[in-house]
Design a protein around this ligand. Structure first.
Ligand code: ARG
Length: 585
């Protein structure tokens, strides 16, 4: 459905042409929701931006636009404010009609795009035999939300887990296994080699202390790369074990991913180096093969290299990313490729994208985006650690969120003198706890660092998952109490909006589509969080100000419809963030 914003934009564009001629056909009508409700619902700044070009005063221009504007069916007569802003106030009858249309649609009137793209979202991507840390948690949560939003818009999304399953660390690990668990190189059955992280640590100590072991490790890499059966076997074992551990986290978070690790691109690496060579981009620097970057310089102003083949002949992270990029474009036929990692990798991606463009791997029409995010810090603003100073395991972090929720819930049940089954308590704690972690992450502007704080993320009065989930539960409570089946509310019955709180809520409901489209483009899911938070606030105000079950027709049905529409908007919006609603909590 065409959103109000879009209709106003079209109308202003048409008025611009009618008033000043077709040269202005491509002028941005600069319509946006009004910053302050005092000025109406929407505002256009077009007149101000045209003053210079048209050599007339903005107010004069604004008047000429208004004279040609045809928006009678949508809003009251627009007025001019201040230096030449045009203000629009939407007619309640129009709001009501628009809401009724949305009400009857499963997708709340938000159509899928007409030209779906093939989009690769590269996210989560932890490393084998290393800890999946909070950085990977952020990538997982943000990447999943982005994928969900694009899927909802109708794009064909490939969710790729670019697992770090290759590299020199495997030489060290396998050499260590050979010493300590020789069976790992032969037995066919999965073998429990215990905690991989401590295995990694122990192997690292051996590696750092014993030059002989270091040499064995180096040879082991060569064996593995040459495809030696026992080395492959041990490698597989390490990968399987890690994969099982990652899966626990993905199950808890309800994340779907297709694994395509770094090793997948091995056979394609040499070809990349050859292509760079053929394009005359390759240079040698201190024995390594590299491409010198444009616009990236060191302290002395010399161009920085992107190394693609090391002195020992080995390839690296960047080579793999170039090969992956090529594969995703040629084989997956991606139109847009999105990488979700911490901001620390910004230079890496900028360099890879540049080299790929120069080498002809990355054509003009394919869009590549690095979606960076900040660090996760403890409550104290320092690195997240356990009380004894160790890094926190993701699993523990998540179960702590569930435990805190359970405690809060039990206190609340006691206060309200309510008794609930163990199953109910488990389910609510699990859903709210996990949702709170996801929402706390997503509601931040992702580029800033954020403090991980259980009290804050579970605060029932803040911009938190529990607050939104409560707003959803309220309409469900009304339906139970009044014995009302929202699905069967007669849709012919008009929505009628009279009270302030009703109008404010209605207008907000109608902005959902615009917000989703905005996030589809700018990939900032916190905008959806902000929208849903404000929706919950406006709904709560409506709930306080306007009696629902105690009102009479036509208000009764109209208000029930508003409550239902709010709930459905919350449910859909939260689902795009990977958050499930509860009917009762
Ligand atoms: N494994 C990497 C890490 O842990 C992230 C990989 C991101 N994706 C990519 N195509 N480079 O930092």
């Amino acid at each position: 459905m065409t959103s109000i914003l879009k209709q106003l934009k079209t109308s202003v564009s048409q008025a611009l042409v009618a008033a000043f001629g077709s040269e202005l056909a491509d002028t941005d009508p600069l319509v946006a929701p009004a910053s302050n409700p005092k000025f109406g619902d929407y505002q256009s700044n077009a007149a101000l931006s045209l003053a210079k070009k048209l050599k007339r005063s903005p107010r004069e221009i604004a008047q000429s636009i208004i004279d040609k504007l045809e928006v009678d069916s949508i809003c009251e007569t627009p007025n001019i404010a201040g230096a030449g802003f045009i203000n629009f106030s939407i007619k309640p009858s129009y709001l009501a009609a628009h809401l009724s249309k949305i009400q009857s649609s499963d997708r709340l009137g938000i159509e899928p795009v007409t030209l779906p793209q093939k989009v690769v979202v590269d996210f989560s991507s932890p490393n084998i035999a290393k800890e999946m840390h909070v950085g990977h948690l952020r990538s997982t949560i943000i990447g999943d939300a982005i994928a969900r939003i694009l899927e909802f818009r109708g794009h064909d999304v490939l969710r790729l887990n670019h697992i770090g399953d290759w590299g020199t660390q495997f030489g060290m690990l396998i050499a260590y296994l050979r010493e300590t668990y020789p069976e790992a190189l032969t037995t066919a059955d999965a073998l429990n080699i215990g905690d991989l992280v401590s295995l990694y640590k122990k192997a690292k100590v051996r590696f750092d202390e014993d030059p002989e072991f270091k040499e064995t490790a180096r040879k082991e890499v060569v064996r593995l790369q040459a495809g030696a059966e026992d080395s492959r076997h041990a490698w597989q074992l390490l990968c399987d074990q890690s994969r099982r551990e990652f899966q626990v986290i993905y199950d808890l978070l309800d994340i779907k991913l297709t694994e395509r690790g770094e090793s997948f691109y091995n056979p394609l690496l040499l070809d990349i180096v050859q292509q760079l060579e053929a394009e005359n981009l390759l240079e040698e620097s201190e024995g390594a093969k590299c491409v010198f970057l444009e616009g990236f310089t060191n302290k002395d102003g010399d161009p920085l290299p992107l190394i693609v083949q090391k002195t020992d002949g080995g390839f690296n992270y960047a080579t793999t990313d170039l090969a992956a990029l090529k594969y995703r474009i040629k084989e997956d036929e991606a139109d847009r490729i999105i990488y979700v990692t911490d901001a620390g990798q910004a230079n890496h991606f900028a360099a890879v994208f540049q080299v790929a463009r120069r080498a002809g791997i990355l054509p003009e029409q394919v869009e590549v985006v690095h979606v960076p995010f900040g660090l996760v810090l403890g409550k104290d603003g320092k690195k997240l650690k356990t009380r004894s100073g160790e890094t926190i395991k993701l699993k523990d972090l998540l179960s702590e969120a569930v435990n805190c929720t359970r405690k809060d819930l039990e206190t609340r049940l006691a206060e309200e003198d309510r008794s609930e089954t163990e199953e109910f308590i488990n389910n609510v704690s699990q859903t709210v706890g996990i949702s709170a972690v996801k929402y706390a992450d997503l509601s931040q502007n992702r580029t800033s660092d954020y403090k991980f704080d259980y009290d804050k993320m579970l605060d029932l009065k803040g911009n938190t998952a529990p607050y939104l989930l409560y707003a959803y539960v309220r309409p469900q409570g009304i339906s139970r109490k009044g014995n009302i089946d929202f699905e069967r509310l007669e849709s012919e019955r008009q929505i009628s909006l009279t009270e302030d709180a009703e109008l404010v809520l209605a207008k907000h409901l109608l902005q959902f589509e615009e917000v989703i489209k905005e996030v589809e483009a700018n990939l900032l899911p916190n905008r959806i969080c902000q929208y849903l938070f404000e929706l919950s606030q406006k709904f709560n105000k409506f709930y306080e100000d306007c009696p629902i079950l105690n009102s009479v027709e036509p208000q009764l049905t109209s208000r029930l419809l508003l409550a239902d529409l709010t709930a459905r908007t919350l449910k859909l919006g939260l689902s795009l963030l990977g958050i499930k609603v509860l009917e009762r909590m």
